[in-house]
Design a protein around this ligand. Structure first.
Ligand code: UDP
Length: 329
């Protein structure tokens, strides 16, 4: 298929581009390079620097490349930042997607794989989280993605040829197994990169955000899914799409690890006694989030290959050790 990857220079998008190419698809990667790295784009992909707000350029690139399907990763994705600057989140994530959908509508591109998030569930009533659970986001980031899901449902109802799948990610982690691609965010706030940057001496210590949660060791529990498993799910979902589909799937491994377990894993993998301080809770962090990933397994036969935290941290460490300062662009 001819696939346009929006956000193809970002952490997850760049891994998706690589896997799509390895699976024999033709890929056009689009990114505004606000947070992405052109170096991360696979050399066999065509790269175009385009912002999603620029609908005309999107129309041109979709038409020129006879695109069959769009995978859309381009978004701002920090909960805290979204609270401080909600307009940028609605502008980039919600309005940006509408611009992309209009360009797809104009050019007759009928398939979309959308990056959604478990943040659309907000504070869950129970875990594991199933797709039918009430969605009540607790951050502008979560709402900005929730709004897109709403738009997709309405658009699909109006255009029976259109097909979409919305994938609700849990905590995406790890790096390409072959060491070729990594995770380089600025600012970096995610636990595993923060812990590994501390191991490298780029940070003095890791602050554990809260030790008084109602969990066995008092720290928050999250479902860490390896980025390559996540990308495989995208390709599986894309290939399964049929006109009129509107699918929603959780993407997680179906079990959680605590912050302390992640830090212990990183100490084992790196062999470094990573310095830790115990701090206050970070506002907006639910105690426990993990997926019931049974729906996508049952319907599409996908399940995660990486289920142990050590395996996931090891792939991240492979890249961080070789690229202590991240990408060079
Ligand atoms: N966390 C932490 N210290 C850090 C970064 C994260 O204790 O420096 C915790 C955070 O409170 C959450 C978990 O690690 O419980 C995962 O956080 P991350 O920011 O990686 O992802 P999120 O779950 O917020 O999407």
């Amino acid at each position: 298929m001819n696939v346009l990857v929006a956000g193809g220079a970002g952490y997850i998008g760049s891994h998706a581009v690589k896997q799509l190419i390895e699976a024999g698809h033709r890929v056009v990667a689009v990114d505004n390079l606000y947070r992405g790295h052109s170096q991360a784009v696979h050399p066999q992909a065509t790269f175009r620097e385009i912002d999603l707000a620029d609908m005309q350029s999107l129309v041109d690139v979709l038409a020129e490349n006879k695109i069959d399907c769009v995978m859309h990763f381009a978004a701002l994705a920090y909960v805290g930042e979204s609270v401080a600057d909600p307009l940028s989140y609605y502008e980039n994530n919600t309005a940006g997607t509408i611009s992309l959908l209009k360009a797809m509508d104009t050019t007759g591109v009928k398939r979309l794989v959308f990056s959604s998030t478990c943040a659309t569930y907000g504070e869950p009533e129970t875990t594991p989280i199933v797709e039918t659970m009430r969605q009540e986001p607790i951050s502008p980031y979560g709402w900005s993605k929730w709004c897109v899901e709403r738009v997709l449902k309405d658009y699909a109802a109006a255009d029976k040829e259109f097909a979409f799948v919305s994938l609700r990610y849990f905590n995406v982690a790890g790096c390409a197994t072959d060491g070729s691609l990594g995770e380089d965010h600025d600012p970096e706030t995610h636990l595993i990169p923060v812990v590994l940057q501390t191991a490298l001496g780029r940070r003095e210590k890791v602050t554990v955000f809260g030790t008084d949660y109602p969990t066995p060791d008092g720290t928050c529990i999250r479902d860490y899914i390896h980025v390559e498993d996540l990308c495989t799910a995208h390709i599986t979902a894309m290939e399964a799409l049929r006109p009129g589909d509107g699918r929603f799937y959780n993407l997680g491994i179906g079990r959680g690890y605590s912050v302390r377990e992640v830090i212990d894993s990183a100490r084992r993998i790196t062999g470094i006694d990573i310095p830790v301080e115990y701090g206050k809770r970070r506002p907006g962090d639910p105690a426990v989030l993990f997926a019931d990933a049974g729906k996508i397994q049952h319907e599409l036969g996908w399940s995660a290959r990486y289920t142990g935290i050590d395996q996931i941290v090891a792939t991240a460490w492979r890249w961080f050790e070789k690229h202590p300062n991240g990408y060079t662009d």
